[in-house]
Design a protein around this ligand. Structure first.
Ligand code: F3S
Length: 401
């Protein structure tokens, strides 16, 4: 790779050991993808994790004197003050979360603890070169905002935030942003929920950049958020196009860059019904809890729940996970009190795949997110997946009918 004087100095340790480690990793990534040079970035999002290996990496960089040139927003772990005060988390995990907080604070990150930064705190503009990790974040910034990011790992995004550069390869280049697979959606996309199921069709869609047709406008931000999150739960996708909607796909020809699609796939109502049956526990049973906010819930979604539970009492626990910004807005707007009076809890900075959910081990829940049902399985939680309205009704009755 050809490096500028500044990048070469960083690599040689003239800007400190921390920057040198980060640059060394990025040059190795760049060389393995045949990148010719580095590109400056203006934003980053790190899918931080409070697990030991990820924390080791962040602390290693911190001890080596690294500091982020571009302050990245970060993913959720769990809300330390809430779960510690509630006695819901062991000291060992509380300590890991505290150390994660301290490490990222020391590195100069924006401690947002939110996995949907592209909707509020970290929104790139069209064509901006950025380094975003996190399943729903990378496809959203590429596909909806038209920014340019590779599908970064938490570690490579952190290195990019430290050096201020990314190797130029993959989705940073025009020729790699064109569509590969034509996905004709014949299914009825009635609500944001169908986009969760469409996203979970990764096995049928296959590898490459999907170009969706047949999706009628308007498509909500929540639908795009769901689509990206589930595409990266059922497969690995840095970007997609929706013809006539996303900025680089105003026409089918533009989406494919004038080339023929490598594959054609049709998605029907039956496909969505089948995938739901495959990934959801069987319904018609009592449920212990409802969990929403994977990815973190938007204010619209919190509002929808508040309207449904107003003046009622929940028969099952209800957890709504969101960003601290959305939680604050929900409090100001009186939505939090409505949900709390019904018996629900809105908690910020928290993800379902965390050690703070020990009391739900062995329990049955409802969620509208296949991703929420997928990862916490290893923590002993089982989920029935339904649309949001059905899930809220189930939490009110204590059972899915
Ligand atoms: Fe966000 Fe955690 Fe789900 S990072 S998308 S809430 S698994």
């Amino acid at each position: 790779m050809e490096l500028t004087r500044e990048q070469q100095d960083m690599l040689e340790g003239k800007c400190g050991e921390g920057a040198a480690i980060a640059m060394k990793i990025q040059v190795a990534i760049g060389e393995s993808f045949n990148a010719e040079r580095m590109m400056p970035i203006t934003r980053a999002h790190v899918a931080l994790s409070n697990q030991e290996a990820d924390l080791w990496f962040a602390e290693r960089l911190l001890k080596a004197g690294a500091f982020c040139k571009i302050a990245p927003t970060v993913n959720p772990g769990f809300c330390l003050s809430y779960f510690k005060n509630a006695g819901m988390v062991d000291d060992k995990y509380a300590d890991l979360m505290q150390r994660t907080h301290d490490a990222y604070k020391g590195l100069g990150a924006v401690l947002s603890y939110d996995c949907t930064p592209y909707l509020g705190t970290n929104i790139p503009y069209y064509g901006e070169v950025v380094a975003f990790s996190e399943s729903s974040a990378t496809p959203f910034v590429n596909s909806v905002w038209g920014a340019r990011s590779n599908r970064e790992a938490a570690q490579s995004a952190l290195c990019a935030a430290i050096t201020g550069y990314v190797p130029e390869y993959g989705l940073l280049l025009d020729e790699n942003r064109r569509g590969d697979i034509l996905v004709e959606v014949q299914a009825d996309m009635k609500s944001d929920f169908e986009y969760q199921l469409l996203g979970y069709m990764g096995k049928k869609i296959g590898n490459g950049i999907p170009v969706f047709t047949g999706l009628s406008k308007p498509i909500t931000l929540e639908s795009f958020m769901n689509l990206g999150a589930q595409l990266n739960t059922s497969g690995a996708y840095g970007m997609y196009h929706v013809v006539g909607v996303t900025p680089e796909a105003q026409t089918l020809e533009q989406a494919f860059g004038g080339k023929e699609p490598k594959r054609k796939v049709v998605i029907t109502n039956e496909d969505l019904e089948n995938i739901l049956q495959e990934i959801s526990e069987v319904g018609n049973r009592k449920v212990d809890f409802a969990m929403f906010g994977c990815p973190h819930f938007t204010l619209n979604q919190v509002q929808e729940i508040a309207e449904m539970v107003k003046g009622k009492k929940l028969a099952a626990e209800m957890w709504i996970l969101t960003s601290s910004h959305t939680k604050e807005m929900a409090e100001r707007m009186g939505l939090s009190s409505i949900i709390q009076e019904a018996g629900g809890i809105i908690v910020e900075d928290t993800c379902p795949d965390q050690p703070c959910w020990g009391h739900l081990n062995g329990k049955f829940g409802v969620t509208e997110s296949p991703k929420c049902a997928y990862y916490p399985k290893r923590r002993g939680m089982s989920f029935i997946i339904r649309d949001l309205r059905t899930c809220v009704e189930a939490a009110l009755k204590g059972e899915v009918i």
